[in-house]
Ligand binder design. Structure first.
Ligand SMILES: *Cc1c(COP(=O)(O)O)cnc(C)c1O
Length: 232
């Protein structure tokens, strides 16, 4: 008997495939990141058994406990939450990808720590705050270019793409302009040739709005609730 998590994963994969077909895209170019924040290691292990191998966590400390239970090399670990500078070293040790770089200071710090930890490379995305919600994390569009210039000069950080969290809307259609905007910024940066490898990832789309995000070009979707159920 497949577990609920295995069944949910099947459903989510189906949603991704359908949305990709609808947008005349290849579903294989969309990476599913299962967001396991607040969920126990046992839930992650069930997802791994169902051939899911990328997980998103938003807190370094919680991820630390979980990853040590499961094994650092059992999956790819993505940090999707705001990174405080005093957690940067542990983040470099734990994560394969950081989606939430949002200041030149943080970029400099991560770069220095990679050198100190003898970590040859770390994949990073820049989180852009397109809603002007200053309480949330993410860099304002007006300050983005400065951060991009810093990342260009980093030897260890590999700048691979952009991430956005739109405000919550009841109607996922309302998130579309945010996804379109992120894509336009990505396209411009791609022209500039700033991405470490080719195209530039777009990390966007959650349980509620993954179809819209995929139609607008998402290459990484971050899905929690639809896989692991509601969070307490
Ligand atoms: C929690 C979270 C998600 C997943 O949200 P769901 O609505 O549960 O799919 C995705 N991205 C980020 C940054 C999150 O914090």
């Amino acid at each position: 008997m497949p577990s609920d998590i295995a069944k949910n994963l099947t459903q989510v994969r189906r949603r991704i495939t359908l949305a990709a077909k609808h947008a005349e895209r290849d579903p294989a170019e969309i990476e599913l990141i299962a967001v396991s924040k607040t969920k126990p290691a046992a839930a992650v292990l069930e997802a791994i058994a169902a051939r899911c191998n990328s997980f998103g966590e938003n807190k370094v400390q919680e991820a630390d406990t979980k990853i040590s239970e499961i094994g650092r090399d059992k999956a790819d670990w993505h940090l999707i939450g705001h990174l405080q500078k005093n957690k940067a070293r542990r983040a470099v040790q734990l994560f394969d990808v950081i989606h939430s770089v949002d200041s030149p200071e943080l970029a400099h710090r991560l770069e220095r720590i990679c050198a100190e930890e003898a970590r040859p490379s770390l994949d990073v995305l820049v989180q852009v705050d397109l809603a002007g919600e200053t309480t949330k994390s993410g860099i304002a569009e007006t300050e983005l270019q400065l951060l991009v210039e810093v990342l260009k000069r980093c030897e260890h950080l590999r700048f691979i793409g952009l991430m956005v969290i739109p405000p919550f809307f009841d109607d996922p259609e309302d998130a579309r302009p945010f996804f379109q905007r992120l894509r336009a910024i990505r396209d411009r940066l791609r022209e500039e040739g700033v991405f470490a490898e080719g195209e530039g990832e777009l990390s966007m789309g959650m349980t509620h709005d993954l179809e819209v995000a995929i139609e607008e070009g998402a290459t990484m979707v971050r899905i929690g609730t639809a896989i692991f159920g509601e969070r307490g």
